[in-house]
Write a protein that binds this ligand. Structure first.
Ligand SMILES: NC(=O)c1ccc[n+]([C@@H]2O[C@H](COP(=O)([O-])OP(=O)(O)OC[C@H]3O[C@@H](n4cnc5c(N)ncnc54)[C@H](O)[C@@H]3O)[C@@H](O)[C@H]2O)c1
Length: 406
C-alpha cells in the first residue's frame, strides 16, 4: 500500500511559488468546499489532496481542479507522504472530528502548521492535547470557525461597542433540515453540530471569558432526529454578559437564516441582525424611557471583503507568514469547545456546569493522553489557571515567502 499511497499526475511545480503550498486532508463534503476555497485563494495554492478512502482524493481532484492544473496536485491516502512529495508548507484538516486529533498532531510533529475545521477535536481533552502539541512543536494550529468570519457579524460587534457593549445577547435559530446520516443518530445533534457556531460567534460579540453554561435540550414528538433536536443554552461570561441560544433543527415554517437571528442589548440601544443582511442599530430613547428610535443600518461590507472560508484561509496564511495572530488559534478556540461540552453535560445532568470544572478534568485527561503518546509534555507545565485564562502571548514558527517547511 505504501508505494501506492502517493499518486502524482505530473510535476508538483506551480506557476505561482509565492502562495503557501497546502494539502487538504479529508475529501468529503466540506473538504471539497475547502479545495474550491484554496483554488480561488490569493495566498494559498493546492499541492495535494488526501483521504483515507482509496480513490476519494483523486475523485475530488477530477471533479474540482481544472484539467490543466491537475498535474500540479498530488493525491493519496497517506498525509505525510503526500505532503512531503508535494513540498507542502501547511495542512488543512477537514477530516471527521474523530480524526482531528491524530491528523493534526501528526502534521504538527512533521513541521506543518494546521488549519483545522471545527470542532477543534472530538473532545475537550483532545483539544487541550492539541494545544500542547502545538506548543511542543512550535507550529501554529488554527481552528477554522468559518461563521465568525462573516463581515456582518463583525459589524454587529462594532455597532454594539458603539452602544456601550453587548450585555444581553440572544440567538434564535430555527430550521428544519432533513440531513439523513449521522446527525439524525447523534445524542445532541443541535448543540454539538450547529450551536457551536453560535457559541463561537457570540464570543466575537461580547467581552470577557465564558464562565458557566446552563442547558436544556429536548426532542419534540414530531422530530425526525433520534437525539435532541432542540435546546436552550445560557452561557454566562465573567464580564457579566449573558448569551442565550434558543434553537431547533425540527421547526418547519418560519425558519431563520443559518446564522440565526441575533439581538444584542447594550446600555444605549439594541443591535438586530437577521444573520444574513446588514445589522441595524435601534438607539434607545434616552433617560426618559419609552420606545427606541428608528433603526439605523450599519455599514455594508466592502466589495473586496473576504467571507467565511476565504477569510479564514487568508488569516491562516498571513499568520503562518508571521503576520498577525488568528483569534481562533487553538488556545483561544478551546473556549468554544468547552462551551459545547459544558452544554452537553448540563443538559444531561440538569444542572449548571462551570467551565473550570470541565477544563480541569480535561487537562488531567489530556496529560494522560499525551504521556501515553510520548511526543508532547507541554501540558505538564500548565498550571490550572492557565488552562482557562488563554490570554498568554503566542508565537509559532513562520514560513518565509520563499519556501515550504518539508
Ligand atoms: N464550518 C462548517 O460550516 C462545516 C460544515 C460541515 C462540516 N464541517 C466540519 O468539517 C469536517 C468534515 O465534515 P464533512 O461534512 O466534510 O464530513 P464527511 O464525512 O463528508 O468527510 C470527511 C472525510 O474525511 C475522510 N477521513 C476520515 N478520517 C480521515 C483520516 N484519518 N485521514 C484522511 N481522511 C480522513 C473521510 O474518508 C471523508 O471523506 C468536520 O469536522 C465537520 O464538523 C464544518
Amino acid at each position: 500500500m505504501a508505494d501506492q499511497a502517493v499518486v502524482t499526475a505530473g510535476s508538483a511545480h506551480s506557476a505561482d511559488q509565492t502562495r503557501l503550498p497546502v494539502v487538504v486532508v479529508g475529501a468529503g463534503g466540506m473538504g471539497r468546499a475547502w479545495i474550491a476555497t484554496v483554488l480561488r485563494s490569493r495566498s494559498a495554492r493546492l499541492v495535494g489532496v488526501v483521504d483515507v478512502v482509496d480513490g476519494a482524493a483523486a475523485s475530488a481532484l477530477a471533479d474540482l481542479v481544472p484539467e490543466e492544473s491537475q498535474a500540479d496536485v498530488r493525491t493519496g491516502t497517506d498525509m505525510l507522504q503526500v505532503a512531503r512529495a508535494a513540498g507542502a508548507a501547511a495542512i488543512i484538516d477537514v477530516t471527521i472530528p474523530e480524526a482531528h486529533h491524530p491528523v493534526t498532531a501528526d502534521a504538527l510533529h512533521a513541521g506543518l502548521p494546521v488549519l483545522g475545521e471545527k470542532p477543534c477535536a472530538a473532545t475537550l481533552t483532545q483539544a487541550l492535547s492539541l494545544a500542547g502539541h502545538s506548543e511542543t512543536t512550535g507550529q501554529l494550529f488554527m481552528v477554522s470557525q468559518s461563521r465568525r468570519h462573516n463581515p456582518h457579524l463583525r459589524e454587529a460587534g462594532r455597532l454594539a461597542r458603539e452602544l456601550g457593549g453587548a450585555g444581553i445577547v440572544a440567538t434564535r435559530f430555527s430550521r428544519a433540515p432533513h440531513f439523513g446520516g449521522f446527525r439524525e443518530q447523534m445524542v445532541q445533534p443541535l448543540i454539538v453540530d450547529m450551536a457551536i457556531h453560535a457559541f463561537d460567534a457570540a464570543r466575537v460579540l461580547v467581552e470577557g471569558t465564558p464562565v458557566s453554561v446552563t442547558a436544556t435540550s429536548y426532542n419534540p414528538a414530531w422530530s425526525w432526529y433520534d437525539g435532541d433536536a432542540a435546546a436552550t443554552v445560557v452561557v454566562r461570561y465573567d464580564s457579566g454578559a449573558v448569551h442565550t441560544f434558543e434553537g431547533s433543527w425540527c421547526s418547519p415554517g418560519a425558519e431563520t437564516s443559518w446564522n440565526g437571528e441575533w439581538a444584542l442589548s447594550c446600555p444605549t440601544g439594541t443591535v438586530h441582525w437577521d444573520g444574513e443582511g446588514v445589522p441595524v442599530t435601534v438607539p434607545g430613547a434616552g433617560t426618559d424611557g419609552g420606545g427606541g428610535q428608528d433603526p439605523v443600518p450599519g455599514r455594508a461590507p466592502s466589495e473586496d471583503a473576504l467571507w467565511e472560508l476565504d477569510s479564514s484561509l487568508e488569516v491562516f496564511c498571513q499568520a503562518v507568514r508571521g503576520r498577525g495572530e488568528p483569534d481562533s488559534e487553538v488556545h483561544e478556540n478551546i473556549w468554544t469547545q468547552a462551551i459545547v461540552e459544558a452544554a452537553v453535560r448540563s443538559a444531561a445532568e440538569e444542572r449548571t456546569v462551570h467551565l473550570s470544572e470541565i477544563l480541569d478534568a480535561a487537562l488531567e485527561a489530556a496529560r494522560e493522553l499525551d504521556r501515553a503518546d510520548g511526543r508532547s509534555s507541554a501540558l505538564e507545565q500548565w498550571d490550572a489557571a492557565r488552562s482557562w485564562t488563554g490570554d498568554a502571548a503566542r508565537s509559532w514558527n513562520t514560513v518565509g515567502a520563499g519556501g515550504p517547511a518539508v
